[in-house]
Design a protein around this ligand. Structure first.
Ligand code: ADP
Ligand code: MG
Length: 579
């Protein structure tokens, strides 16, 4: 078979990207594979294409329902009846129908969440299907060294074997050599084909900007985003409150609506923000890390980190959303000494006291029915352990590793599962070890990201080294590398504010100019241009002529537009006057 023909036929793409063809061939031949490519490189195609070409069923395990939904929707345009997903938000009847179609050989791709493999009912149905590829996307979740470890991923190797999959394909964007080896071991990959494209993104420039205070930081970010060429932009802020506050201050400084995206907003609201950003109607989104997976906008020109993220993996994954179209883009990380204290605080808070394991275990025992099944609100467990919901979910994960419970697919705010072992001293010891590992990993990530922020060597080289990419950083001659190699690219201190002055100057100019001015002429006059119009009407004699020569034309015009938007100015047949 001809992979290139299939690529054109199914996806309409002319050529494979680096690594894709190798991965596709491995999957078509039924060989195990480990695919390591940076975010946006096109990992999904590595299994989607062979799945569509193969006769048997491909199962795709992915940690995020929203991610799966996006993929299923776009695949349905290509192969309407061949793709489905199982999902705890779907009704039992729908899920049963999907499984029946899979068992009858009528599906090519089935997307499932990892918790699903705890269900006997599910396994027995799928066992009837002829299983080809078993795909583990975001495979770093298998590894305890990965930044996003999920206990549910532990069962996958057993499941793949039980279901007699022909081959396993693991894909990730965040494989340090240690994670990669761990993924291979935990999934039991047999002599896998290893596909690795380099981690370098030559069209991205990196800068770390140290800030003195929060105000200093906000002003600097505003200065960057003021520049139209820095948009569309994603600004990552650490917390929901941080997002709201920063979006307000940026909106004020820039005179436009800056959108906010975080998990605390209603589902519809989030979808609307994402849609508007994708469509290009919203130039700037301030978001938590909830905004990301599934956001595949090619022309993002800037990714700003307004706080230092928890790990280099997280940083590079988020920063990597810039410049997917291959054109130059910037990744700016604004750091403040205060962030360090916050990191320490969160890591220390994540430490689980022995009492908390017991409290959650006892609550589950109390809530469980006679047959050992439980279905409780996460909030109840959090109350029992005196912690937040995320921590409570993590504790359930540790209890699962200790063999006390077996979690089942559950909506985000509930814990559903079955008691499978006693809560005793041995279980406590396992929980303690499991949680201790988590802490050690968090501290290691903390040292790595702060090492990156505080060192004074090439940022790009440091990132590549972190990901075990030994290649020489290759930089485009047209794209500055980083703030260390090329200090000019770091945004400088915020300039003195001119907004009030320039607004005044625009209004004064409009009041005295004769004949009345059109929009572009305002910029020409204030910037001291010697254009024909300026010379013909002797505008160069006006007191405001050349007073803002340091501003760019689009910056001046933006202030004009803002005065119009605020109703201070009005445009009549192209000329501007006081409203
Ligand atoms: P990853 O999972 O590695 O982050 P995705 O699989 O989500 O990346 O792909 C990112 C984008 O690249 C998608 O929009 C996809 O359609 C596009 N893409 C993938 N392969 C190709 C290709 N060969 N040619 C053009 N576009 C591609
Ligand atoms: Mg992906």
């Amino acid at each position: 078979m001809d992979p290139r023909g299939a690529l054109r036929r199914h996806f309409g793409f002319d050529a494979f990207r680096p690594g894709q063809e190798e991965a596709v061939r491995a999957a078509l031949e039924g060989r195990d594979a480990l695919v390591v490519m940076p975010t946006g490189a096109g990992k999904s195609l590595c299994y989607q294409l062979p799945a569509l070409e193969r006769e048997d069923l491909t199962i795709v395990v992915s940690p995020l329902v929203s991610l799966m939904q996006d993929q299923v929707e776009s695949l349905r345009r290509i192969a309407p009846d061949a793709v489905a997903l199982l999902n705890s938000q779907q009704s039992m009847a729908e899920n049963r129908d999907v499984l029946q179609r899979a068992a009858a050989g009528r599906l090519k791709l089935l997307y499932v969440a990892p918790e699903r493999f705890a269900s006997r009912w599910f396994l027995d149905h799928v066992q009837r299907a002829q299983l080809g590829l078993f795909v583990v996307d975001e495979a770093h979740c298998v590894s305890q060294w990965g930044h996003d470890f999920r206990p549910d991923y532990f069962r996958l190797a057993d499941a793949a074997r039980y279901l007699r999959a022909r081959a396993i394909m693991a894909l990730t964007a965040t494989a340090t050599p240690r994670v990669a080896d761990d993924v291979v071991a935990r999934l039991g990959l047999a002599e896998p084909v290893r596909v690795t494209t380099g981690f370098d993104r030559p069209n991205l420039s990196f800068a770390v900007v140290g800030c003195r205070s929060r105000e200093d930081k906000q002003r600097r970010i505003a200065t960057v985003l003021h520049d139209l060429e820095s948009r569309p932009a994603i600004v990552y802020a650490g917390t929901r409150n941080g997002c709201e506050e920063l979006a307000k201050s940026l909106g004020r400084e820039l005179g436009l609506d800056v959108a906010v995206y975080h998990a605390g907003l209603e589902r519809e609201r989030r979808a609307a923000v994402q849609r508007a950003f994708m469509a290009g109607d919203t130039p700037i989104v301030v978001a938590t890390n909830a905004f990301g997976m599934g956001v595949d906008k090619a022309d993002v020109r800037t990714v700003v980190h307004a706080t230092v993220p928890q790990s280099i993996e997280q940083f590079y994954q988020e920063a990597g959303r810039a410049g997917r179209d291959g054109r130059p883009a910037r990744c700016l990380l604004f750091s403040e000494q205060r962030d360090k204290g916050l990191h320490t605080f969160f890591i220390e808070r994540a430490a689980v006291e022995d009492a908390a394991f017991g409290a959650v275990a006892r609550r589950l025992v109390r809530q469980a029915a006679e047959n050992g099944r439980y279905d409780v609100e996460l909030g109840l467990l959090a109350d029992a352990a005196i912690c937040d919901r995320d921590a409570a979910r993590a504790i359930v994960g540790h209890l699962s590793r200790a063999g006390v419970v077996q979690p089942a697919p559950s909506p985000p705010d509930r814990a559903i599962g079955r008691l499978v072992g006693a809560w005793d001293r041995r279980a406590l010891l396992t929980c303690r070890t499991s949680a201790g590992e988590g802490q050690r990993i968090r501290w290691r990530q903390y040292r790595a990201i702060w090492g990156f922020v505080e060192q004074r060597r090439c940022r790009r080289a440091a990132l590549l080294r972190h990901f075990g990419d030994r290649s020489q950083p290759h930089t485009d001659v047209d794209v500055p590398c980083c703030d260390v190699c090329d200090p000019a690219i770091a945004p400088g201190p915020a300039p003195k504010r001119h907004d009030d002055d320039i607004d005044e100057a625009i209004l004064a100019l409009i009041a005295i100019a004769d004949p009345a001015l059109q929009r572009p002429q305002i910029a020409e006059i204030l910037r001291g241009s010697r254009s024909q119009t300026v010379m013909r009407h002797a505008y160069d004699g006006l007191p405001q002529y050349g007073a803002f020569s340091q501003m760019r034309s689009d910056q001046v015009l933006q202030r004009v537009d803002m005065l119009v938007a605020r109703g201070v100015l009005r445009s009549r047949r192209g000329t501007l006057g006081r409203a």
